[in-house]
Design a protein around this ligand. Sequence first.
Ligand SMILES: [Zn+2]
Length: 427
Amino acid sequence: MSSLLIKGGHVISPEDQLDGELDVLVEGGVIRQIAPQISSPVDEILEAAGKVVSPGFVDIHVHLREPGGEISETLETGLAAAVSGGFTAICPMPNTKPVIDRPELVRAMIEKSQRIGLARVFPIAAVSMGSQGESLADFQALAVAGAVGFSDDGRPVKTAGLLKRALDAARELNVPLMDHCEDPSLSALGVINEGPVSRQLNVRGIPGASEDVCVARDLVVTESMGARLHVCHVSTSRSVELVRLAKRRGIRVTCEATPHHFTLTDQAVLEHGTNAKVNPPLRSAQDVEAVVAGLQDGTVDAIASDHAPHAPQLKAKPLGSDAPFGLIGLESALGVAITRLVHTGKISMWHLISLMSTNPARIVNQPYGRLSAAAPADITILDPQFEWTYQTATGRSKSRNSPFDGWNLKGAVMATVVGGRVVYRRN
Ligand SMILES: [Zn+2]
């Protein structure tokens, strides 16, 4: 039974009300003890003085492209990117080829990821067969196979009627219905945010109303069902406000924000072209401020990367073309979040850890996101002061599409531990 001692770090775990200089003793894949100055003989010591020791990060919204999109990412490269970004567990969205809409596909993904042995994988399964928005997938069978949530991500749940049936099935299983909120009749053929930049570039815009209308629809249906909704990647001031009001009304809703939506505006498209083409699109400065305010006041529950790799040849098309939406984010998420939110004084490190670990683990009902005796030893060690330059060229992801490429960041992952094993260590 191998053992590991993480010494002298600043342990922060919101779930366990831990915030202080403590040692963490790990044995046989679980945490044995958290206390000052532990001195038992161990196989390995990780010196963590000056570092923050956090429960492992959980990313509830990623795309790993396998099966069917291995040209852009595989489970192996995606999981390597995850652990180097400090994520000990991730939830891949089902919009692969084929779509993850059958239990055997869920099981195959979990089994393969276990063989790879890096981050844990908790799949999100499709709401509808083929994510076509017609017939409901078999939620019960998919949940038994290991799906922890349901989404037709990439597109919204097609109709209010289908959403109602999906919420009914999800409520029975106590799992979240995770919607990509967009009204295609408003966003149709748009490529970036509708505003001065889309007019300057003369490309079709996606209005904020496309997201807002769908969030409003979802909240109304969710309230009538007494069910639980998770709104993916909020990007507009109005959808943040709708979720805020819904929470005040007692509606069971959570939402996530991505680092790109709380950091970048549509101006980034001018510099980065298709590498800043993402859905929902990068919005206005006012929207970015609203998402940050939502993070600050607890309206936004989680930070998720929406890691969306696309091979260079797929992105090497004109902005107004069918170049795919999405950008990679697993390896830059923590650095961008600390730089943008913590070093600016907008939120505390404690709050950041709840957004990246505690809360997302709770949203998908997993017993992670905490540091306590007998809990699985999934741990992220980070250095908030470490300055580095994010470079996609040296990243673990198979793809390079990120508008953060070349950014100087302050705050980095130093080591990632999954089930007591050190699966990533910064050189
Ligand atoms: Zn989406």
